[in-house]
Design a protein around this ligand. Structure first.
Ligand SMILES: NC(=O)c1ccc[n+]([C@@H]2O[C@H](COP(=O)([O-])OP(=O)(O)OC[C@H]3O[C@@H](n4cnc5c(N)ncnc54)[C@H](OP(=O)(O)O)[C@@H]3O)[C@@H](O)[C@H]2O)c1
Length: 336
């Protein structure tokens, strides 16, 4: 079957950095779905893994891809949640081959039903980032899923893949007052369209930009990108007993939060699948919940760019866009 992989960690400008390959069709394990992949999206994790983890000599090419929408083609012996022909969306596991292949194996406990109102491409934009944003808001911050939460939240990197769904879940599901950072007119406009109440230009002092908003501090902060760079700006704005969740890799001074009893949370959306935690099925449930919010009109797809069919040349273009740090929402490829 067709797939896109790589043999060496190379700059994305090198034509060998991602290559079209023909690989063996995998056999489903007991709880696996074998999914006919219709669309995939690209995340910063694809580019990071490409650069840090090359297959050893003699090993097959490594296949990336941590977002897919597709149709269940066959199921393992112990699968109970899905059946063949079901339409699904999911991110998959970082310790298994990725979604950039015609047929892909994924444990049913981390798969959701694709929103009926979305195309495969629109649905493929959502899973990885939705899991991340949901787990921050409802598992790390422990906000009420039925809404009615009080306080302010700051999304650092509002227009990014994660920020674009974080803003929507924070506003429309958690019902917080949402601040988002955006530094360009187009990212500012995108964040407002998704539901941000206030924009902070992260190239200017944060405190000055709180004036006139009716708020002076943050109860919650989503450290979604460049957390280390902006920590000195937002740390003085923590409310007493604020919560910060971090998904990038900052080195920051935790002591700054001591006087206000700020709590710091790591979030990694691959934890549940990597360690097959007893609550791994929560990712199935949360993706189903997001799917329903989409079909009910509360949440929109974050797809902004379609980059053609799933092949090495188009994926190289998508990786280059992600590596530029200028991507807005999500980039998706569909069909083979
Ligand atoms: N731990 C996890 O589970 C997890 C899950 C998902 C993602 N991540 C990580 O989270 C990070 C963000 O992912 P993403 O998909 O949202 O990224 P992304 O889509 O590539 O983010 C692009 C956005 O970042 C903003 N940006 C660029 N430089 C910035 C700066 N110096 N300060 C603030 N914002 C800046 C840009 O908006 P402006 O032009 O307006 O600045 C741009 O629209 C990545 O490091 C990714 O690997 C971790």
């Amino acid at each position: 079957m067709k797939a896109v992989g790589y043999r060496k960690s190379l700059s994305i400008s090198d034509p060998q950095s991602l290559i079209d390959v023909d690989i063996e069709t995998p056999k489903p394990g007991p709880r696996d779905l074998r999914v006919s992949v219709k669309a995939v999206s690209v995340n910063p994790v694809d580019t990071k893994v490409r650069m840090r983890a090359a297959p050893k000599d003699g090993e097959p090419p490594k296949v990336l891809g941590y977002d897919a929408a597709g149709v269940v083609e066959s199921i393992g012996a112990e699968v109970t949640l899905f059946k063949p022909d079901d339409e699904v969306f999911y991110a998959g596991s970082i310790i298994r081959p990725g979604t950039n292949s015609e047929l892909h194996l994924v444990d049913e406990r981390i798969v959701g039903r694709k929103p009926k109102s979305l195309s495969f491409a629109q649905a493929a934009a959502l899973p990885l980032t939705s899991i991340t944003a949901w787990e921050i808001l409802f598992d790390r911050f422990c906000l009420k899923r039925e809404g009615g939460n009080r306080g302010t939240v700051l999304a650092l990197g509002g227009a990014g893949g994660v920020g674009s769904i974080f803003i929507q879940l924070a506003r429309h599901v958690a019902e917080l007052t949402v601040f988002a950072t955006a530094s360009r007119p187009e990212t500012r406009e995108w964040c407002l369209k998704l539901g941000a109440h206030h924009i902070i230009d992260h190239t200017k002092p944060f405190a000055d930009q709180m004036k006139g908003t009716g708020h002076a501090e943050f109860n919650y902060v989503g450290g979604l990108t460049f957390t280390e760079q902006h920590y000195p700006q937002f740390a003085p704005l923590f409310a007493p007993q604020a919560k910060l969740a971090i998904i990038d890799d900052p080195v920051i001074d935790f002591k700054l939060g001591k006087g206000k009893s700020v709590s710091y949370h790591w979030e990694s959306m691959f934890t549940r699948s990597m360690f097959t935690t007893p609550d791994m099925i929560e990712q199935h449930r949360l993706l189903d919940a997001v799917s329903k919010f989409v079909d009910d009109g509360m949440i929109k797809t974050t797809l902004t760019r379609e980059m053609g069919t799933i092949n090495a040349a188009n994926l190289r273009t998508a990786h280059a866009l992600i590596e530029s740090g200028t991507s807005i929402g999500k980039v998706v490829l569909s069909g083979w």
